[in-house]
Design a protein. Structure first.
Length: 464
């Protein structure tokens, strides 16, 4: 790859950044922050042209790899034809994208619905909250501990981390948070083979009587309009629940007239091997929120699908929400091409096969680093590696941070050249590597990724 900047220029850039840029928009996980100059496929490149194998692909946004030529060409065509249009007007790509997603939901769930657009995941979550409130007349919702739904004010109110709310005053509509079925770290110290979904039983018990604070048995009424779920927790560490869990949860919610809102922002569009991750668990949600991979990260576009009775124009009329860029032409053009690509190949089988191969390699890696890797798991190409101390249980955040930083140092060696490795850290204890490699990853690249991970664990554990 060509060298685009000299070290002196990067130094000047970082000096300017320290003086003029906010640190609040998630940079500075490292000091100094890493600067990349170009990208291609599964790789980012620094100013020296060193390739950094990306195993998180922009938080699962770039499923088809960086600089995907077909998607870039779709963007260029739209730039030449209709690059801008106020969202009060229609254009063909918006309607076609909405129709394809709505039909995909109807085929999978047997339910008619409509699609509504916005520009980012948090904004789509906000729109879904409006639909819930408009339909149910209720402000309060349930959400999971470990759940992440964004950082706007409304999304922060239903995201379990207090850190995202601490600076911003009182959140009167904060969700009531419920334990997620995180079986490796079961809050009740039970085993999934014998617990009979005890955690869902505890949620169900909230409705036993009025003194558990969520239900009036006489009026058969609750203050809660919806339960916000992630079928596979994203920022929480790619935690995968028991297969039967959500069916039980939905039965409880249906009985008490509580909607299910399925956040697929990280897991939608075949990340887990299904078009929607919730398909693995056999339930039909009332609302689905999506974003990220719909445009492969090329232009922001997000949205929601909702059942007809929640979003029909008579109930949710024009102007119920608004964003200047909500159905922007560049985003919908790339989204349409993404959906066409997803329809042209059997991504359910492809992602399942590639994910299975990667997961088998991670299990071999766990055997080699027994103690340092306490748990691995995966669903499709959503994979997790939980880093622990020698007991295989206690979270080891220090080792996780060393591995993360060492991967970005760009001095790993494999197959006769130097590499870096881009990882994402998540989990309740910030000790989980959440892996979301590109759908285009080959077996040879998977083997390379595993080799680089092996080096990092060996190097950073010996340096402890």
């Amino acid at each position: 790859m060509p060298v685009s900047d000299t070290p002196t220029q990067i130094s000047d850039l970082l000096a300017l950044e320290r003086q003029y840029c906010s640190f609040g928009d998630t940079v500075h996980y490292l000091d100094p922050p890493k600067v990349f100059s170009s990208c291609d496929g599964s790789y980012l490149y620094d100013e020296q042209g060193t390739p950094y194998f990306d195993l998180q692909m922009w938080y699962s946004a770039a499923s088809f790899g960086y600089k995907n030529p077909r998607l870039i060409e779709a963007l260029k065509r739209q730039l030449d034809r209709l690059p801008q249009l106020a969202c009060q007007y229609l254009h063909a790509e918006k309607v076609e994208v909405a129709a394809r997603i709505a039909r995909a939901c109807e085929e999978r769930f047997g339910v008619k619905g409509r699609v509504h657009f916005n520009v980012g995941g948090s904004q789509a979550i906000e729109d879904s909250l409006k639909i819930v409130r408009n339909y149910s007349g209720k402000n309060l919702v349930f959400a999971f501990m470990g759940g992440y739904h964004g950082r706007t004010l409304g999304a922060s109110a239903i995201t379990s981390s207090y850190r995202y709310r601490r600076r911003y005053g009182h959140f009167g509509d904060r969700a009531q948070f419920v334990f997620y079925p995180y079986c490796f770290r079961c809050i009740y110290n039970l085993k999934p083979e014998t617990c009979n979904l005890y955690c869902e039983d505890q949620f169900e018990k909230l409705f036993d009587n009025e003194y558990h604070s969520v239900w009036d048995p006489k009026a058969k009424s609750s203050e809660f309009g919806a339960f916000y779920i992630e079928p596979v927790q994203g920022t929480g560490g790619y935690v995968i629940p028991p297969k039967e869990y959500f069916a039980r949860l939905k039965a409880t919610c249906d009985e008490h007239k509580i909607l299910i809102v399925d956040d697929e922002i990280q897991m939608g569009f075949y990340r887990t091997g299904k078009f929607w991750a919730i398909e693995h668990f056999g339930i039909t949600p009332d609302i689905i929120v999506f974003g990220k991979a719909l445009t492969n990260g090329l232009n922001p576009l997000s949205g929601i699908w909702a059942r007809e009775e929640l979003i029909r124009p008579e109930l949710f009329p024009p102007g119920s929400t608004h964003s200047t860029f909500s159905s922007n032409t560049l985003g919908t053009a790339v989204a349409l091409e993404t959906l066409k690509m997803l329809e042209e190949e059997d991504y359910e089988s492809l992602v399942k096969e590639k994910g299975g191969y990667f997961l088998a390699g991670l299990r071999r890696l766990q055997d080699r680093h027994r103690g340092s890797i306490g748990h691995v798991d995966g669903l499709g190409l959503a994979l997790r590696v939980e880093v622990t101390q020698e007991d295989g249980i206690t979270p080891d955040r220090e080792l996780t941070d060393r591995i993360f930083a060492e991967g970005l140092a760009g001095n790993l060696h494999a197959r006769g050249r130097k590499y870096g490795l881009v990882l994402d850290v998540g989990g309740y204890y910030k000790n989980v590597f959440t892996l979301a490699p590109s759908f285009t990853i080959t077996r040879e690249e998977t083997d390379l990724a595993l080799e680089l991970l092996d080096q990092l664990f060996a190097r950073c554990r010996s340096a402890a």
